[in-house]
Design a protein around this ligand. Sequence first.
Ligand code: WT7
Length: 659
Amino acid sequence: MADDTEDGEVELEARLAEQDTFEPSDAFVEQANVSDEGIYEEFEDPEAWERAADLLDWDEAYDQVLDESDAPFYEWFTDGKLNASYNCVDRHVENGRKNQAAIRWEGELGETKTYTYLDLYNDVNEFAAALRDLGVGEDDVVTMYMPMVPELPIAMLACARIGAPHSVVFAGFSADALATRMNAAESEYLVTCDGYYRRGDALNHKEKADEGLRGVEHDVETVVVDRLGDELKVFLGEHAHDYGELVDAHAGERVDPVPRDAEDMLFLMYTSGTTGEPKGVKHTTGGYLSYVSWTSHAVLDIKPEDTYWCSADIGWITGHSYIVYGPLALGTTTLMYEGTPDYPDRDRIWEMVDRYQVDQFYTAPTAIRAFMKWGTKFPERHDLSSLRLLGTVGEPINPRAWKWYYKHIGDEECPVVDTWWQTETGGMMVTTLPGIGEMKPGSAGPPLPGISAEVVDVSGEPVGAGEAGYLTVNRPWPGMLRTLYNNDERFVSEYWSEYSDEESNRWVYFPEDGAKLDEDGYITVLGRVDDVLNVSGHRLGTMEIESAIVGVPGVAEAAVVGGHHDVKGEAVYAYVITEDGYDPNDELRGKIIEGVEDAIGPIARPEAVIFTPELPKTRSGKIMRRLLEDIANGDELGDTSTLRNPDVVEDIASRVGGD
Ligand code: WT7
């Protein structure tokens, strides 16, 4: 780092740069939840997943750990009954831990709130009573469109209590995105809020929610949380209710947790795929909750007395699994932060780690790259010695960023877990176990115990050490998605068609990631092999962005690809052909950007819009995205000989250069 000028520092940097394996410290291993290597062997038997189920309290015991009779529609912990809200809240109150902090929340402007397990119990019960009163019944999907306010996990747990699956839509998504998801889930209930703060400014969120509701084809009852008080007064329409008034009207009420079948849906989460239509990933009560509890215990090393912080947004799966369900099921203190990491200054995160004495910190490589860019002086202002473990998720982490995190945040004392997983997998799949495994920066590690992940070639044969191929998973696991909502067919075709052999009843899950295997069985995930981009750890479908762009008047055709970006990992590059009579000018460029923000949200905003008279196409008319990627990255252009229009490539490249 530029500001590390002392000789000792330089030497240390040089040593770190060369070191490619790291061992967890003895101090960490001694206290780790899981430190016996025998665990890998133990999990070769699927019955071992009982260990995960045993972390929960069941109302009725299950008959069978795994039912494979209708693969790939696997079932876990069959006929068992439990309630997720009871497991995340009530049982900790009953176990004499009512005064322990469950959620510590901090707003961007510095306001703080602490919810003990008893507070959470009261609030969840009251809101569950309110939801019932609004008409929410078991299996009704309740949509939540909220930023990082404490009412979000409260509402999720209230839904879980009454057996109503939730569908959380990331608050940064657009009104259109909300409408699409509510229509797809036929969701008749929405919990949202008036607004929130971003970099000190109050944003009106209700306006966006209302606009979304105008696109919903059926009636919706809406509950609005008042986050901004006098700062923003919103008008509640006919079918809208004030959250505060509702819970006041149900003060002190109790709602018995509904015993749910292990296979009953806990929630839906929409995610992007290859086609324009988002996929409604279905997660269950028994399998999902067992899985996130187990991985929180084994990988994040969470203990009830810890203060644990995952800096993701609850609007994504990371927040569901590792801010809300996993940590609360284990009865720990989970920290929730509303704002951005650089407000009011670039040491906000480290200041909070110090003040809350955070034990584990879990974030994304894009954040680590930003911290690196900002420099070591920000973490150095604070005492980070409370940290025991660091984690990363969402995209590949380059060894340099890994080492920076290990040294400047973890002081070379904390193991770093690089956890590969997806919305669909429910929880972590490939990572070292922090109390056991040697760490290799840049490589996620071996599959977790019981996870049979394999890197295969195009024909499905396992690759050898040192080779690259496609990541696959050839045994089921409790946290797996059960189907795509209302679309079993797409579930099978999206995930189980590539490498499965239906005739021999051999089912292989295909996550659409490329990967490389090393001689120790460690897996380095290389990134998506489908038309999905990963921008700052957020998953975006190129088709979704393209269809937003061609919806803009004046656009004839569009192709979207990902280009390298230092901080975001990938950035959106849009190549656009205009219609006759439209000028490819800045005004149109502005409209295109706006069109993308309206259809999806600011996260999908193109880094560059490149106008071109033609797109490179094969003779069969397929757009050659690889070439467009090369152009975006300024790389040497790949083979153009199969193109119908080879000249167009140089022409586009010159436009990017001169843009
Ligand atoms: C995709 C899933 C898992 C929660 C956040 C993203 C990429 C995820 C890693 C990692 C390399 C990773 C993959 C995956 N990814 N974690 N540790 N190393 N790549 O969930 O939105 O469902 O995206 O994120 O490409 O397929 P998601």
